[in-house]
Structures are given as structure tokens and as C-alpha cells.
Design a protein around this ligand. Structure first.
Ligand SMILES: [Zn+2]
Ligand SMILES: [Zn+2]
Length: 149
């Protein structure tokens, strides 16, 4: 097995991210700059014209791309772009529980609704998928049960 060289360093593309000491269990090939998305590759960092390493583009090409992106959007952040922030939202049935994210498929501890974004967007459809009833019917049943108890 070829050994992969690792050395803590600044991201050679954007210079805004620091690849720090490896932690137990880190996979070098999966380390990635959160600002520009460059994947760690020691040899590519050492030779900025080297293509087809862990990154298809060379560091110089990647830099040119990043500069164009930043010129267009100075706030650009690779991790924001690729991992959208969580969207906490109220349970659409009982309104008493806050789901941590959209489409979490968590179960509401108050009414038992499974958080399903598709069902929430189409309140008269998709009965029998994540929940046995569509959102509107589920809400009716919940309100009825609540009144009768
Ligand atoms: Zn970077
Ligand atoms: Zn609920």
C-alpha cells in the first residue's frame, strides 16, 4: 500500500482554511477545505500544475476558478453551498413540536406525525407513505382525538 503524505498546512487554493493535525480516524483523501472545497493532496499542493490527483483540477486551475467565484460572490462558502443549514420547523399537525430539520423523518412526540417534506408540501397527497394519512386528514384526526379525550 502506498503511503500518503500528510502535513498540516493552509489551503493552497483559498488560504482561508487550515488543514490541521490529523485526528484519529481521519481519512486523508476525504479531507476537504470548507471554504473552497479543495481536497487535500500533498503532491498537488507541492506542484500547483499537477492535475488528476485527489482533485481533477490542478491547484492553479482551482485557484482561477475560486477567484472567479469570489469575484461573483465574496461570501462564497463551499460548506454552506453543499450542506445547507438545518431548517427547524414546527410540526404541521399539532404545532407543538419543533423538528430540527426539514425532511428529518423524525416522529413528533406529541401527535406522532413523521416529518416528511413532500407530504407537508402536498397536504392532500401521499397518504400511506411516511404517514398513514395525508397531512390534512392526519390533522383532522388529531384534532378530533384531542377534542374527544
Ligand atoms: Zn480552500
Ligand atoms: Zn405534532
Amino acid at each position: 500500500m502506498e503511503s500518503i503524505v500528510y502535513q498540516p498546512m493552509e489551503c493552497p487554493v483559498c488560504g482561508k482554511f487550515y488543514f490541521s493535525e490529523l485526528q484519529e480516524g481521519d481519512d486523508i483523501r476525504r479531507l476537504q477545505c470548507s471554504k473552497c472545497g479543495w481536497r487535500y493532496d500533498y503532491e498537488q499542493a507541492a506542484d500547483p500544475d499537477l492535475k488528476h490527483g485527489n482533485n481533477t483540477q490542478s491547484v492553479n486551475e482551482y485557484r482561477a476558478w475560486y477567484e472567479a467565484v469570489i469575484a461573483d460572490n465574496p461570501e462564497y462558502d463551499y460548506s454552506d453551498e453543499h450542506c445547507p443549514p438545518a431548517q427547524p420547523h414546527q410540526c404541521p399537525v399539532c404545532g407543538e413540536h419543533l423538528f430540527k430539520d426539514k425532511d428529518s423523518f423524525d416522529m413528533c412526540p406529541v401527535c406522532g406525525w413523521i416529518d416528511d417534506g413532500l407530504m407537508e408540501d402536498n397536504p392532500n397527497k401521499w397518504a400511506g407513505s411516511s404517514n398513514d394519512l395525508c397531512l390534512n386528514d392526519y390533522r383532522d384526526r388529531y384534532l378530533q382525538n384531542k377534542q374527544s379525550s
